[in-house]
Ligand binder design. Structure first.
Ligand code: BES
Ligand code: MN
Ligand code: ZN
Length: 502
């Protein structure tokens, strides 16, 4: 989709389908009111006849509205005006995109930035307009022999802004929305690909592709490199698989040479059967999404490279499969991580932390200013928070504030869970420095406690995205989360370079 911005009233739009919002109780938005006046009360008449109530998401396509040069006008119900918030604004945009997609219009002039969303500026409204439109039109049909037959006529969306002076900031917002959407799309596609296509090697190829396209520096460590580094934890997970593991590093340098980078570490388990502690069969297919942390790292790097953000970011992706096999980890096995700490593998299905701990130790060499890891780490996090918020655990409160703030702005929200010392003893092992599981209680927190033992040297936050990285059930599919949160975090950090407390 092509997005542009323009200022001006609905009466001037010659070719495009005009999209305006209508609230419940026959209340017009500013642009709808304007349209109504120009057309001699055409909208008022329609509402009076009862053809549109303004209820959330209701759409009505009109042709030949008097005194309007364009062929079409699309009314979108916005619900009760007082209920309008971040979520409902985004939903309205999604309804508008879907309804537009059903028309024959090739161009749309969307007058929805005039909706008043409390505390939200134009940047926010336009960014989310772009993101929700792309979200509405996303399809994953790479693996279908017949691609979705329906062709959308719509080619161009013009986002209308109130004033000429808004055009500069509006263009910037659209740029950000497009970059985030591109990152989200990459993350969704990688998540949706099946495990037999999206292997560790496939993820490495994606990193090479980023090098080709954006000039980032990609490095891929092979099994023998990892062995030389002493990554016994990561390698132990890969032992049960015939796919060679990879440690993928992508360095984006948009900031000054001396600026220490933000490190993003993403769990890249391309299929998690659980290993010898094998998972039940139901819904096991969804464990192809166990690389969504990795996908989010690649998606975020794509987004910031599109934006040419003046910041340094390094992505680190440990990638492997976790399968049962004669060579696989066995419950009770003890492995030695790169840090030297030994781990008793009491459950081979708690493999994410095993690959992450070595990746986190490796990340020390970049002297990172902060490290954020993203991982579909625990089912317990879904039990705790459901599928709306990612779990956030950190050793730095300022970093928590920045990430939570970025999550709110991007509607890709995170919720903090405690990481108190008190939980650490759940990881005690009789035979090694630690166990890889902490029992039934607080499973998301004890997983983070495990990682905390490998992140003492830097400011670090862990995002457990088990509940947010993909949708289960009828709408099964990757979400691209937390690319919007991370990209927003990095945009904000690059804007306050050096001045952030975190
Ligand atoms: N990838 C899973 C976590 C997961 C499960 C994410 C279901 C989304 C949906 C992870 O590797 C895992 O298996 N974790 C175990 C840990 C347990 C053995 C301590 C879990 O959550 O059951
Ligand atoms: Mn597992
Ligand atoms: Zn896993």
């Amino acid at each position: 989709m092509e997005f542009t911005v323009k200022s001006g009233g609905p009466e001037k739009q010659r070719s495009a389908c005009i999209v305006v919002g209508v609230f419940e109780g026959r209340k017009f938005t500013a642009s709808a009111r304007q349209l109504d006046q120009i057309s001699g009360g055409a909208l008022t008449a329609i509402l009076r006849r009862g053809d549109h109530s303004g209820s959330m998401g209701q759409s009505l396509l009109l042709h030949h509205v008097p005194n309007i040069p364009g062929e079409r006008v699309l009314l979108i119900g916005c619900g009760k005006e007082k209920d309008l918030g971040d979520g409902s604004y985004r939903a309205i945009l999604a309804y508008a995109a879907r309804a537009l997609g059903e028309t024959g219009a090739t161009e749309a002039a969307v007058f929805l930035a005039d909706l008043e969303v409390r505390g939200r500026d134009l940047n926010w409204k336009l960014r989310h307009a772009v993101e929700m439109t792309e979200e509405a039109y996303y399809r994953f049909d790479q693996m279908k022999s017949r691609k979705s037959e329906k062709r959308r006529a719509l080619r161009r969306m013009v986002l209308m802004v109130p004033k000429r002076s808004d055009l500069g900031p509006a263009e910037n917002a659209v740029r950000q929305g497009k970059a985030i959407s591109a990152g989200v799309k990459l993350a969704k596609d990688l998540g949706n690909l099946p495990g037999n296509v999206c292997t560790p090697g496939y993820l490495a190829d994606q990193a090479w592709a980023l090098q080709e396209e954006y000039g980032v520096k990609t490095t891929v460590l092979e099994e023998h490199d990892m062995r030389a580094l002493g990554m016994g934890a990561l390698l132990s997970v890969a032992r049960g698989s015939s796919q060679p593991p990879k440690l993928i590093i992508v360095e984006y340098r948009g900031g000054s040479e001396t600026q220490s980078p933000v490190a993003l570490v993403g769990k890249g388990l391309t299929f998690d059967a659980g290993g010898i502690s094998i998972k039940p069969a139901a819904e096991m297919d969804e464990m192809k999404y166990d690389m969504c942390g990795a996908a989010a790292v690649l998606g975020t790097l794509k987004a910031i490279a599109e934006l040419k953000l003046p910041i340094n970011v390094v992505g680190v992706i440990p990638s492997s499969e976790n399968l049962p096999d004669g060579n696989a980890n066995k419950p009770g096995d003890i492995v030695t991580s790169m840090s030297g700490q030994t781990i008793e593998v009491l459950n081979t299905d708690a493999e994410g932390r095993l690959i992450l701990c070595d990746a986190l130790t490796y990340t020390e060499r970049f002297n990172p200013s902060v490290v954020v890891d993203l991982a579909t780490l625990t089912g317990a996090c879904i039990v705790a928070l459901g599928r709306h918020a990612s779990g956030l655990m950190t050793n730095s409160e300022p970093l928590a504030r920045s990430l939570i703030g970025a999550g709110k702005y991007s509607f890709d929200r995170a919720w903090q869970l405690p990481l108190w010392e008190d939980y650490q003893k759940q990881l005690d092992s009789n035979f090694a420095d630690m166990a890889n599981i902490g029992g039934r209680d607080a499973g998301a927190i004890t997983a983070a406690c495990f990682l905390a033992r490998y992140t003492k040297k830097f400011k670090w936050a862990h995002l457990d995205i088990a509940g947010t990285a993909w949708k289960t059930g009828k709408e099964k599919g990757g979400t691209g989360r937390p690319v919007p949160l991370l990209t927003t975090f990095l945009i904000e950090r690059s804007e306050n370079h050096g001045q952030t407390e975190a």
